[in-house]
Design a protein around this ligand. Structure first.
Ligand code: SF4
Ligand code: SF4
Length: 405
C-alpha cells in the first residue's frame, strides 16, 4: 500500500464551498465521525438535509462481497458515522445497494456493513423493486430502484477507486447501483463497446436520483485495475460535496488522471453541463487543488478518439478479456462470469477435466469487463488491444519529450 503526502488546510474566503476535503489517515471511528460531522456542518448542518422522520437512503458501494481491508466497498466506519448523524437528526436511514451478481446479504456481511446496521438497529436492504424513470428530458427511460427514487433523501457514500473500463469509479458512478441487479449488465450490453454513451447513462442516472450530499470514502481507496482487482491506495481523504459530478472531476485531476481520458468528463462536456467549468475556488479543506496523488491510473482503449463505426474494427483494437485458469475456482463452484455476461460471450468446456476451461466468443464480447470486475478469484485478465499499445507508446514518447498538453 502506498501513501502520499498531504497539503495544508486552506480556504478561499468569499466563494461558495463546493467540495470539502478532510484529511484522515485511517478509519479510527472518532476521526471519521468528526470528518463526517464537519462536512455536514460546512454544508449548512445536517438538519438542512435531513428533516425529522425523513426516509434517508445511504447508498453505499457494495459491488460484491469483500472484506474492508480489500478496499473495494465503502468502509463500515464511514457508513456508521453517516448513519449516526442521520439518526441524531431524526431521520430514518436505510443502508442499501444492489450488487451486480453477488448475494446482497453475503456482501453486506463480509464488508462489515451489516454489522453497522445491526448495531444501530437500522435496515440494510437490497435494492430490488424497479420503477421506470424518465431521463434526459424524456429522451430515454431507465428502470431504477423504487426505494432510491421514492426516498426523501439520498446520501451517496462512494469509495474512491480506479476502474478498468471507466477510468475511475467515484460518486456519479456509485449511483449506477440504483439499477437493480442483472439489469446493470444489460445496460452495459445496450451501450456496447464505447465508453462515452455509458458515461452519459451514468450522468442520467445520477441526475435522476440526485443525491443531496455525497461523502466520499477515500481514506484507503484503490488504484490500478479497479474496481475490485486493483491495489489499496491511501488517499487519506474523506470528501464531501453537494454536487457529485464536480467532486469527481476535481478528484480525477488530483488523482493524477487526465480529464480528457475520463469518459465522465467527455460526457459532461458533450451535455454542456456547468460542472465542467472547474475552478480551484470550488475546493476547501486539508488538500490544495494542486495536490496530486499520482495513483496508478488504468489505461483505457480510447475508442472515442477514433472516428470509425465498424464494431469489428473496434473489437480488433480493444483489449479483450482472457482467462487465467490457474486462478479459477471452477464454473461449477462459481460460474459468476458465465451468469453475468449479458452478451452470452463466455462458455466453458463441460467435459474439461478441471471444469476451469473458459472460452470467450470475442465477436459477441462487448468489452464491458464485467467478468473481470465480478470474478472473485482475479481469474480474468486483459490481453491488450492495438489501441492500448498505441496509447502506451504515446505515453512513453510524452515522458521523453515532456507533456504536450
Ligand atoms: S466476456 Fe466479459 S467483457 Fe466480454 S461481454 Fe462478457 S462480461 Fe463483458
Ligand atoms: S473465471 Fe472467475 S468468475 Fe469465472 S468461474 Fe472462474 S473464478 Fe468464477
Amino acid at each position: 500500500m502506498r501513501t502520499q503526502g498531504f497539503g495544508g488546510s486552506f480556504e478561499k474566503v468569499g466563494h461558495t464551498l463546493k467540495i470539502l476535503l478532510q484529511r484522515r489517515a485511517d478509519y479510527n471511528q472518532k476521526d471519521i465521525d468528526s470528518a463526517v460531522n464537519t462536512i455536514f456542518e460546512r454544508f449548512g448542518g445536517v438538519e438542512r438535509f435531513i428533516k425529522r422522520g425523513a426516509s434517508v437512503l445511504l447508498k453505499v458501494n457494495l459491488v460484491s462481497g469483500h472484506v474492508p481491508s480489500a478496499r473495494v466497498t465503502t468502509d463500515p466506519a464511514v457508513v456508521r458515522a453517516v448513519a449516526c448523524a442521520v439518526l441524531k437528526a431524526g431521520g430514518r436511514p436505510v443502508i442499501a445497494d444492489s450488487p451486480g451478481i453477488d448475494s446482497f446479504s453475503r456482501a453486506a456481511r463480509v464488508s462489515g456493513i451489516a454489522s453497522v446496521a445491526e448495531e444501530l438497529n437500522i435496515p440494510c436492504e437490497e435494492l430490488t423493486d424497479s420503477l421506470r424513470v424518465s431521463c434526459d428530458g424524456g429522451a430515454r427511460y431507465i428502470e431504477l430502484s423504487r426505494r432510491a427514487v421514492e426516498s426523501d433523501v439520498i446520501i451517496n457514500l462512494p469509495k474512491m477507486k480506479t476502474h478498468a473500463q471507466m477510468l475511475l469509479t467515484m460518486s456519479v458512478k456509485n449511483m449506477f447501483g440504483c439499477v437493480v441487479g442483472q439489469k446493470k449488465a444489460e445496460w452495459h450490453y445496450n451501450m456496447g463497446l464505447r465508453r462515452d454513451p455509458f458515461a452519459e447513462l451514468l450522468l442520467d442516472i445520477w441526475l435522476a436520483t440526485r443525491p443531496a450530499l455525497t461523502i466520499m470514502d477515500g481514506v484507503v481507496g484503490m488504484d490500478g485495475q479497479g474496481p475490485t482487482h486493483g491495489k489499496p491506495f491511501s488517499y487519506g481523504l474523506v470528501a464531501g460535496a453537494e454536487d457529485a459530478l464536480t467532486m469527481d472531476l476535481h478528484l480525477c485531476k488530483m488523482m493524477g488522471a487526465r480529464l480528457d481520458d475520463y469518459p465522465l468528463w467527455r460526457a459532461a462536456v458533450s451535455k454542456n453541463l456547468p460542472q465542467t467549468n472547474l475552478s480551484d475556488d470550488d475546493i476547501a479543506g486539508d488538500f490544495l487543488p494542486s495536490h496530486r496523488w499520482n495513483a496508478d491510473i488504468p489505461k483505457l482503449d480510447s475508442l472515442s478518439l477514433v472516428p470509425f463505426s465498424s464494431n469489428a474494427l473496434a473489437k480488433a483494437l480493444t483489449s479483450r478479456p482472457v482467462h487465467k485458469s490457474s486462478r479459477c475456482i471452477g464454473v461449477q463452484k462459481c460460474g459468476k462470469c458465465v451468469a453475468l455476461c449479458a452478451a452470452k460471450a463466455i462458455h466453458f468446456e463441460r467435459n474439461h477435466k478441471q471444469d476451469k476451461k473458459l472460452q470467450f466468443d470475442y465477436d459477441k464480447c462487448i468489452r464491458c469487463y464485467c467478468c473481470h470486475e465480478m470474478c472473485p478469484a482475479g481469474a480474468i485478465d486483459f490481453k491488450e488491444g492495438l489501441m492500448m499499445k498505441a496509447g502506451k507508446a504515446i505515453s512513453r514518447i510524452r515522458k521523453v519529450w515532456g507533456n504536450w498538453d
